[in-house]
Design a protein around this ligand. Structure first.
Ligand code: SAH
Ligand code: DHB
Ligand code: MG
Length: 234
């Protein structure tokens, strides 16, 4: 690679970063509740692997668009994405978020309360694949957000399909991972295989209308978004 090419690439990366910052400032600024959740996560020593503000705003808009009253999240971490989602809910709405780590769950409950959404949120501690089969009586969920361990993504999709209704939205994070996932020939490790399988199944499911959207980490990662189609349409 020549020096000129390198400089051009660095300029492109810088431009993307500035654009992301400006969009964030104008459209996806964090309120005190979100800022507190990030601070509490840092103090508790949790990894900073939450979604970006732009992703949070998109989740919130998707929840608003489908008139979400019941939202299911798989993978709470410190409650950052949960706060974005809970803010789209009406007063009698409910966000149920599943978290395997009891320490994370404690941080989440505090952050939800401080953000003023304690009344419409619930953190359930356990392995998602153990909890999901118990949720039928609480379904259908209007929106499901998948963002926990990556290996079971295809199984999380099966549960999401069972626990939703026509018109529901199913969103999963980390579906692109540096473009390898969109090219099955480049996928080597088991985690990547599982997420590639997730994308494949979503894209090919006739019940779903779907799109992977590169939007995070300098456009190398992002959501796959799917809408459950109405039963029949001619
Ligand atoms: N959605 C969060 C980030 C989630 S990070 C945000 O954007 O703010 C992934 C979380 O999933 C971690 O807190 C991790 O402890 C949890 N997790 C990992 N494996 C899990 C499992 N099998 N069941 C439930 N939660 C799990
Ligand atoms: C990891 C997990 C995530 O959900 C994410 O958004 C980023 C990184 C991880 O396990 O490294
Ligand atoms: Mg993620």
């Amino acid at each position: 690679m020549t020096d000129d090419t390198l400089v051009a690439l660095q300029q492109q990366a810088h431009t993307r970063h500035v654009i992301e910052q400006r969009i964030t400032r104008l459209f996806a600024a964090e309120d005190a509740g979100l800022q507190n959740a990030l601070e509490a996560a840092k103090v508790a020593g949790l990894p900073a692997i939450q979604i970006s503000p732009i992703q949070g705003k998109l989740l919130q808009m998707l929840a608003t668009l489908c008139n979400a009253r019941k939202v299911l999240e798989i993978g709470s971490l410190a409650g950052y994405s949960g706060i974005w989602l809970a803010r789209a809910l009406p007063a009698d709405g409910h966000l149920l978020t599943l978290e395997i780590d009891a320490k994370h769950a404690e941080v989440v409950r505090n952050s939800f309360a401080k953000a003023g959404v304690g009344d419409r949120t619930e953190v359930r501690v356990g392995k998602a694949l153990d909890i999901l089969p118990t949720l039928e009586s609480e379904s259908p969920f209007d929106l499901v957000f998948i963002d926990a361990d990556k290996q079971p993504y295809p199984q999380y999709l099966e549960w999401a399909l069972r626990l939703t209704r026509p018109g529901s939205v199913i969103v999963a994070d980390n579906c692109i991972r540096g473009n390898r996932l969109l090219d099955p020939a480049q996928v080597t490790d088991e985690t990547e295989k599982a997420v590639a399988e997730y994308n494949q199944r979503v894209a090919q499911n006739p019940r779903l209308q779907s799109l992977a959207l590169a939007m995070d980490d300098d456009f190398t990662d992002g959501f796959t978004i799917a809408v459950v189609r109405p039963e029949e349409r001619s």
